[in-house]
Design a binder for this molecule. Structure first.
Ligand SMILES: [Zn+2]
Ligand SMILES: [Zn+2]
Length: 266
């Protein structure tokens, strides 16, 4: 069985990942992948927004690092992409980024449920004690739905990120999932099976099998991503992710080139 493309990996420019793109590419070839995509954390309009992304002035350097890996590994298809933070009001900045390079795709991710709280940041774990989990999930899925509606992204990243540290609401969140997936289906964006969840406290692929089943019913397509922050994480747990997708019913996944979608057999 050939493995699907790994479309989610980072570079040291984001300040919390290790290894150069050429090392990620080398590992990809070693584990039998034929296609990968770099999707490092996009810069913000303001470089002092937070400390876990490249500065805007480093965007060209990022592209050059990916081009370098493409030159060194001609046998591997390497896509050029970004994981872009979606926050309401940032749309013009995201369009500005889109125009700067010939990107293959944008992953739209919600990490921030307010301008100051990135819910997956371990340094801000105590914030969770001050909030009701259901309200956080509600705010998160409101933003995720807006991201899906925005048509700024080909893929929506780690669709149930709030479970990362194990915080789960006791109330049913299915209506949030339905609303988000309806928006994704309408605007034609994919969701990713992100295997990093297996390496976090939640011990589960993002998103949950429940969300994946609803996505399949609505015809929302999928991609796969390891969310690698180190070369050895490339392609990690992909056999498990493919099995999950197939169990849910998926027989195809998406490939992206120059922001155009192509369905391929899974
Ligand atoms: Zn990261
Ligand atoms: Zn992310």
């Amino acid at each position: 069985m050939s493995l699907p493309a790994d479309y989610h990996m980072h570079t040291p420019l984001c300040r919390h990942a290790a290894g150069e793109p050429v090392e990620y590419a080398k590992h990809a070839v070693a584990v039998g992948l034929t296609e990968i995509g770099f999707s490092d954390h996009s810069p913000m309009a303001r470089d002092d927004f937070d400390n876990w992304r490249m500065n805007a002035s480093q965007l060209d350097e990022y592209v050059e690092k990916v081009r370098h890996a493409q030159r060194d590994f001609p046998q591997l298809t390497i896509r050029l992409a970004l994981e872009v933070d979606y926050l309401p009001g940032h749309e013009d900045w995201i369009r500005d980024l889109a125009a700067r390079h010939p990107w293959d795709y944008f992953i739209g991710s919600v990490h921030y449920v307010s301008d100051s709280w990135d819910i997956d940041n371990p340094a801000k774990l105590s914030e969770w004690n001050q909030r009701d989990a259901f309200e956080v999930w509600s705010d998160y899925f409101d933003r995720l739905t807006m991201a899906a509606e925005s048509k700024l992204f080909e893929i929506i990243g780690h669709a149930d990120l709030p479970k990362k540290f194990g915080h789960r609401p006791t109330r049913d969140c299915t209506p949030f999932y339905e609303k988000f997936l309806a928006a994704a289906a309408k605007s034609g964006c994919a969701i990713e099976l992100n295997t990093a969840g297996l390496r976090k406290d939640c011990r589960e692929i993002y998103p949950s099998p429940e969300i994946l089943r609803l996505a399949f019913q609505r015809g929302v397509p999928i991609t796969f991503g390891s969310d690698a922050h180190a070369p050895e994480e490339v392609g990690m747990s992909f056999a498990e992710a493919v099995q999950l997708a197939r169990d849910v019913g998926f027989r195809e996944c998406c490939q992206f080139a120059k922001r155009k979608n192509r369905m391929i057999k899974l």
